[in-house]
Structures are given as C-alpha cells and as structure tokens.
Design a protein around this ligand. Structure first.
Ligand SMILES: Nc1ncnc2c1ncn2[C@@H]1O[C@H](COP(=O)(O)OP(=O)(O)O)[C@@H](O)[C@H]1O
Ligand SMILES: N[C@@H](CCC(=O)OP(=O)(O)O)C(=O)O
Length: 377
C-alpha cells in the first residue's frame, strides 16, 4: 500500500467516525499516584468535543487501582496481585462515578465494559463484546473499557491497557487510535536521556522498532511503558489503523488533527475484524500438523485445511478454539479456528471427504479449518 503523508494521517484522525482513545494511569494521577479528578475532567472536556462533532468515541481507561488505594487506606499502589485486584474492584466503581459525573456535564452517557484477555481469545465472548460495543455506540454512549482487573488471572492478563486498546480498536473497527500518556510522544530513547529526540511521524512502525530505545514505565505508576505502547501501535498499524501517541494534555489538539505527539501511519490495508482477531488476539490452544501438500495449499492463502492433509493433532482443544497449523518440521504456517474438537480430529486424520461422510456422517465432511477462519503468519 502507498504510505500516507503525516498530513493525511492527521486528517484521518480529525475526521474519524469512530475513534478509540486510551488513557494511562500516569495521565490520570497526581504525583502521589492518586486519581487526579481535575486531569480526568480535562480529558473528558476534549472527548466531549469529539462527541459534539458526532464521532463515536470509545475510551479505554486505566486508573482503577489509582482510584482505589487511597480510599482503602494504603499509602501507595499495592504491589501484590491479589491486593491490586481487590483495589481495582473498589477503584473501578469510583473511577466510573467520576467519569459519569464529568461526561454528565456535557449530557453524555457512559457505559462500563470490563474485558479479560480470555474474552479476546474465545470467539463467542469476542462477538459478544463486539455486539455490545456496537450497540452502545449506536445509542450515543461513550463506552469506557478497562481490563477486568478484579478477575483477570495472573497468567493471562494484559496488565497494561495499551494492547487491549489496539484490540478494542479492531473490535469496533475504529478509524484511528489515540494513546494518551505522560510523555508528549515517542522519543529516540527514554526521555530521561539527554540526547533523546521526539519523532513527529513514523511512516512504518516496523522499520523503527530496532532504531528507537524504549523502556518500561518512567513514572512507576503506569504498567507497560513505551514497550507495550509500541506493540499497540504495531497491531493497529498492521490492522490498517493509524495512531497518535501523545500526552493527555495534548488530547484536544491531537483529536483535532494538529501535529502534536507522534503519528503512526497504517502499514497494511484493513482486513476483516475476525481475521485480525484470529491473527493477533487469539492464543492457539493446540496444533494441527500437516503434510507437504497441505502446507503448500495453506501457504497459498486461499485453501481451507482438509483432514486428508493433516497427519497429527497436538494438545486438547474444543471446536471454535484457535490452533496453530504447522508443517512436519514444526514451523508455524497459519493460525486458524478449528471446526472440530481435538478428539474428533484424531479420528479424522488423513481421511478424504467421502470417507469422512461414510464413516461419521455428513456433518464431518467439512474442512478442519475453513479458509475464512485461517490467517497466515
Ligand atoms: N523511547 C521512549 N519514548 C518515550 N517514552 C518512553 C520511551 N522509553 C520509555 N518511555 C517511558 O514510557 C512512559 C509511559 O509509559 P507508562 O508509564 O506505562 O504510561 P501509561 O500509564 O500512560 O501507560 C514515559 O513516562 C516514558 O518515561
Ligand atoms: N487496569 C489497571 C491499569 C494498569 C495500568 O497501569 O495500565 P497503564 O497505565 O495503561 O500502563 C487499572 O485500571 O488500574
């Protein structure tokens, strides 16, 4: 695809019909780490302006832990996961109360959506979240999304909201993603280093990944630092969605398309949201190992995966789960959604369609992974 100019990217952001804005903990808090309601209100003023122009806004907001630890009598953000979860449970309600009051001043309703990483893996939950978000936007509501910290299991949690925001941008098929943090853009090195320079425009995020030096959170309040923000921008760019990264104080100008912060161009055309989900969010639960002929067909990009070409199935999974499709050397060729349980597939290996039909019935005479549910890696 031809790379848009910075002016074109800025204009996509300004004219977005649907925009996802992510605000990090570090931008909603005071120097002591407590929720700063004045900063939250300033952000809401900028978002209300976008709503006034009739664009759909989805806000991905961190800040539950920041809002919860003071009222619970802690001096600082808790460090252990269980106390963080309990703190987020208290803080999430308080955070929403502040958002409700702040958006209410502009006559705007908000709705809370709490997502776990699991919801982005399972196809049914994914569709469900997508439907609810869509309906909220149709109703003129600003959905406010956070990770469901109270219930997220330690092994599979986003932790930061950066990557979650890129997945939400895909879920709602946003035209642009704006990441608001405590630094005014991407620098060539952590901004505490004296020769670090801000980049105004990044035409291809993949080409700068090994040229900039990034580190974790500078403030110690946020979680992912610049590492997860670049991952989010990368997912968005590869999904055809441009991003702007800047500080929360620049929210207004950034949303109006002014040249603040760092703008990132999309690097690929937009695919279907379902394929993007399979490609980025879905963590494979098992593997289908295919012979040379099937590997060639899969690599061609247009074929479904038939049982006849599958030589082995690895690990237990259910129909609808994401799986790796691998060649016999163990190389990952594609990710796809399996149409059958692993137990069923074990019986179907190597059989052609008419054998499947006569042995198991017509409902088994189908590809193990349909081409619409398959994404090359
Ligand atoms: N190359 C870089 N450019 C800009 N910021 C960087 C870079 N490397 C690390 N950072 C740090 O990332 C921090 C933002 O991440 P974080 O604290 O997690 O914020 P948030 O709470 O908004 O997610 C900045 O304060 C900055 O110190
Ligand atoms: N979900 C957590 C956010 C964790 C966090 O700090 O995220 P971020 O500020 O985006 O790096 C919360 O609401 O407190």
């Amino acid at each position: 695809m031809t790379t848009p100019s910075q002016a074109q990217v800025r204009s996509i952001v300004a004219q977005a019909k649907t925009i996802v804005v992510k605000v990090g903990s570090s931008s909603l808090t005071s120097s002591t780490g407590h929720l700063d309601v004045a900063r939250l209100s300033a952000l809401v003023a900028a978002l209300a302006e976008v709503r006034r122009m009739d664009a759909n806004v989805v806000l991905v907001s961190s800040g539950a832990i920041a809002a919860g630890f003071g009222p619970l009598g802690f001096d600082s953000r808790p460090i252990d996961v269980t106390t963080q979860q309990a703190t987020a449970s208290v803080g999430q309600g308080l955070l929403m109360a502040h958002y409700e009051a702040a958006f209410g001043r502009y006559g705007i309703r908000v709705g809370q959506i709490l997502i776990t990483a699991e919801d982005t893996i399972r196809s049914v939950q994914y569709r469900n979240a997508q439907r609810t978000l869509k309906r909220l936007l149709q109703l003129g509501v600003v959905p406010i999304v956070n990770e469901n910290d109270a219930l997220a299991s330690n092994e599979i949690r986003f932790g930061d909201n950066d990557r979650l925001s890129a997945l939400v941008a895909n879920l709602v098929r946003a035209d642009a993603l704006v990441l608001l943090t405590d630094v005014d853009g991407l620098y060539t090195a952590p901004p505490s280093e004296k020769d670090a320079k801000r980049l105004g425009y990044v035409p291809n995020v993949e080409k700068i990944l090994d040229k900039v030096r990034v580190s974790g959170s500078g403030s110690g309040i946020g979680t992912g630092g610049m590492v997860t923000k670049l991952e989010a921008v990368h997912v968005a760019a590869a999904s055809g969605i441009p991003s702007v990264l800047t500080c929360a104080e620049n929210a207004g100008p950034a949303l109006l398309g002014d040249p603040v912060g760092t703008a990132f161009a999309p690097i690929r055309h937009r695919g279907s949201s379902r394929r993007l989900w399979i490609g980025y969010a879905a963590a494979p639960r098992g593997e289908l190992i295919v012979d040379d002929g099937a590997a060639q067909a899969v690599r061609g990009g247009r074929a479904s995966l038939l049982a006849a070409g599958v030589v082995a199935v690895d690990r237990d999974f259910s129909a609808g789960d994401p799986v790796w499709i691998c060649d016999e050397e163990g190389n990952h060729l594609a990710k796809g959604l399996s149409s059958f349980d692993s137990e069923e597939i074990a019986q179907m290996l190597g059989k052609n369609t008419s054998e499947l039909k006569s042995e198991f019935g017509a409902e088994y005479a189908h590809p193990l992974v349909h081409r619409d549910n398959l994404v090359l890696v």
